[in-house]
Each structure stands twice: as structure tokens, then as C-alpha cells.
Design a protein around this ligand. Structure first.
Ligand SMILES: CC(=O)[C@@H](O)[C@H](O)COP(=O)(O)O
Ligand SMILES: NCC(=O)COP(=O)(O)O
Length: 239
């Protein structure tokens, strides 16, 4: 069964909107672990609009499951942060500065030499490396040439097309995973996976090791916890 790594970026977004420590990011990470999550994912961005660099140190000190740090290794600050914390896994994502969210995988052909250098740097420190890629055969093949341990398949296209034709939506991911398997690469996946599209993806894509899920999971936590919470507030007003 693929592991679930919970991406807690959105908890930090909410916390930062008031400047205090509510919700408490570290507590949420520990709660996710207590409830069965097998990993915690964060994606610190250069503007620190959600995960702050200090959060990474605070999380690393306490979490017991797999810590996965995602980000763009073109930022020296990101490289230093990862090397200082030595997470179980670093996922290299080619986002531009100020980008709203991740929207494409690496061009592993164009950036093969650079990625090879980055992969070696992190692996030397005992950190597993995963490269974020679109489900395109040449990109998977060139990713293997970098020496990376794993790839993370960027699943936004699957999530968007799922409602219309799920078999067609998943087909490129199945092919990409087969190619990755042939090349000896581990397979992760993420972006816009949710309660509707996840089980089909996990059933169809061979050798899936890990999914990282944030936006939908945190949104669902609000929906599913809202009834209890409203009732608790109402109880406070009764006397
Ligand atoms: C790498 C990836 O797939 C993203 O989903 C990312 O981790 C989310 O980042 P934001 O929370 O900033 O949208
Ligand atoms: N790597 C993908 C991730 O961490 C979470 O993506 P999303 O569920 O927030 O779209």
C-alpha cells in the first residue's frame, strides 16, 4: 500500500494570517502522525508565505514519520535548509519565485546535468531524492540518468480530467510508472489528489510508494470537523 504523507502548508497559511501560533503547525503534524499519517510534507517557498524556514527545524525536531521537504533547489537558502535538517526525503520541484502553486514538472532533459549535481549533493548526506516530473516517458528516462532515487508524478492533469474520463486520465501515469519501474526508480505522486480520485489512482498505478496530499485533505478536515466544532461553540453560549 502506498504511504500517505500529509502536506501541512495550508495549516501554516491559516496560522500566518493572524501572526500568532494558531493553529499550531507542530501540533497538527504530531496529530496527523497520531491519526495514522506515514509522513509529513512541507514546501517552504522563498517568500515564506506559508511554511517558514524555522518551521522546518521545529518539525524536524519532533516528527517520527518520514519528513519530506519539497522545493526549488535553485534557491541556495533551500539547499542549506535541507542539508541542515537532513529529512528522509527531498523532493525537487522547479517552481518560479512567487508562483501560486506548483504547475509543472522538471524538464529533466534540459536540466539533466544540473539535477545530477543536486541529486549527488543530497544523496551524499544520506537524503533520499525525488524529482517532480510530468508523466512523460522522455522525462522519466532522463530523470533516471540524474541518479535520483524516486520521481514524483505531478498529478494535476489526472485530477482535472478524472471526472470526464478516469481511464483516459490515468493512462499516462500508468505508462510513466511502468517506465520508472523498468529504470529502477521509486514512484511517488501528488498534487490535487483527493477523496474522489485517490483510490482509483492508487489501484491503477503500479508500484506507487507514496502520495503527498495537502489542499484537499486539509479542506476535508474542515468540512468533516465543522459540525462538532459549531456544536462545541454553541455549548459555550448555553448557561
Ligand atoms: C509539489 C506540489 O505538488 C505542490 O502541491 C506543493 O507542495 C503545494 O504547494 P502549495 O501549498 O504552495 O500550493
Ligand atoms: N507533492 C504534492 C503535495 O505535497 C500536496 O499537493 P496538494 O494536495 O496540496 O495539491
Amino acid at each position: 500500500m502506498a504511504k500517505l504523507s500529509v502536506n501541512i502548508n495550508k495549516i501554516a497559511t491559516l496560522r500566518n494570517s493572524r501572526g500568532g501560533n494558531n493553529p499550531d503547525l507542530v501540533k497538527v503534524a504530531l496529530d496527523c502522525e497520531r491519526f495514522g499519517a506515514e509522513g509529513i510534507t512541507v514546501h517552504p517557498r522563498p517568500d515564506e508565505r506559508h511554511i517558514r524556514y524555522q518551521d522546518v527545524f521545529d518539525l524536524k525536531a519532533v516528527i517520527a514519520t518520514e519528513f519530506n521537504i519539497e522545493g526549488n533547489c535553485r534557491e541556495q537558502k533551500f539547499i542549506d535548509l535541507v542539508l541542515a535538517n537532513k529529512p528522509a526525503q527531498v523532493t525537487l520541484v522547479p517552481d518560479a519565485q512567487g508562483q501560486l502553486t506548483s504547475n509543472h514538472g522538471w524538464d529533466t532533459l534540459k536540466h539533466r546535468d544540473y539535477l545530477r549535481e543536486m541529486v549527488a549533493l543530497f544523496k551524499k548526506e544520506g537524503i533520499r531524492v525525488s524529482i517532480f516530473v510530468d508523466p512523460v516517458e522522455e522525462m522519466i528516462t532522463a530523470a533516471a540518468d540524474t541518479g535520483t532515487d524516486r520521481i514524483e508524478l505531478y498529478t494535476e492533469a489526472y485530477a482535472t480530467e478524472y471526472a470526464q474520463d478516469k481511464a483516459k486520465a490515468v493512462a499516462p501515469y500508468v505508462e510513466a510508472a511502468k517506465r520508472a519501474q523498468e529504470l529502477g526508480l521509486g514512484i511517488n505522486a501528488g498534487h490535487d489528489l483527493d477523496l474522489h480520485n485517490l483510490s482509483y489512482f492508487a489501484a491503477q498505478v503500479p508500484a506507487l510508494l507514496e502520495v503527498s496530499i495537502g489542499h484537499a485533505l486539509i479542506s476535508d478536515a474542515l468540512y468533516l470537523g465543522l459540525e462538532n466544532t459549531v456544536q462545541m461553540y454553541l455549548r459555550q453560549l448555553k448557561n
